[in-house]
Design a protein around this ligand. Structure first.
Ligand SMILES: C[S@@+](CC[C@H](N)C(=O)[O-])C[C@H]1O[C@@H](n2cnc3c(N)ncnc32)[C@H](O)[C@@H]1O
Length: 217
């Protein structure tokens, strides 16, 4: 499958429903926009099959300093195929655990994680994941992540249904819960971008850019 306007070849994406939904794609696109012009390394935690990097290339962003990490070897292999199909090379991919990143303290300019936190099973896990991302980012670096909006009735209903019948967790949060999580390890929200209609307060999800409490915005 080739996206006609931006020449992206997505033929190598095996689970199209899981990876190419409107919300997941919109979140990746919004996250990529926040990495535009960043000086330094950009790490995508839970990079899956590497679609964020493909999106960056399609948006004309130089992905020279990007690297990806995922726990799934299978998805990293899929990423390599997708990169090949899209004539992309030189993006290091690491198999690893987001709860224990194999990354030096304060070494990455932007640490991203998209379409992943909503599948963690508890608020405590979200905290541990984000804290580890925070540890890895430079003094004035930022972490960028999304969360599904618990104020949106559609999301709430869908996740309630899924919690009854699904075989993996899906969880939404209120902004105040995310703020409280960030505060626990000395971070704060610098920017919050609603993603998906119908309204800013009822957006399907939010993309957050957060930094250390005393750092430059
Ligand atoms: C729904 S996919 C999203 C992939 C990608 N971020 C995207 O937007 O297309 C969630 C990804 O998180 C990865 N993941 C889940 N738990 C992880 C962990 N503890 N450490 C690293 N990756 C993890 C999964 O393997 C999967 O690739």
């Amino acid at each position: 499958m080739v996206n006609c306007c931006r020449s992206i070849d997505l033929g190598g994406v095996r689970r199209k429903k899981a990876f190419l939904g409107t919300l997941t794609s919109n979140i990746r696109e919004a996250a990529v926009r926040l990495t535009q012009g960043v000086n330094g390394r950009v790490l995508d935690v839970g990079c899956g099959n590497g679609l964020l990097f493909v999106e960056a290339k399609a948006s004309g962003i130089n992905h020279g300093g990007y690297l990806g990490l995922d726990s799934s070897w299978e998805l990293l292999l899929e990423a390599k195929e997708i990169f090949r199909d899209n004539h992309m090379s030189g993006i290091p991919l690491i198999q690893g655990d987001g709860f224990l990143l194999p990354i030096k303290n304060r070494s990455i300019a932007r640490v991203l994680c998209v379409n992943t936190l909503f599948n963690l099973k508890s608020k405590k896990e979200v905290m541990e994941f984000l804290k580890e991302m925070g540890r890895s980012c430079t003094d004035n670096g930022k972490i960028i992540f999304d969360f599904r909006n618990k104020h949106n009735p559609g999301i709430r209903l869908k996740y309630l249904w899924h919690s009854l019948w699904g075989n993996f967790p899906t969880r939404a949060y209120f902004i105040k819960e995310i703020k409280a999580i960030l505060e626990k390890f000395g971070f704060r929200i610098l920017r919050i971008v609603p993603v998906g209609k119908p309204h800013k307060l009822l957006a399907l999800a939010y993309l957050v850019e957060a930094g250390r409490a005393g750092s430059d915005p």
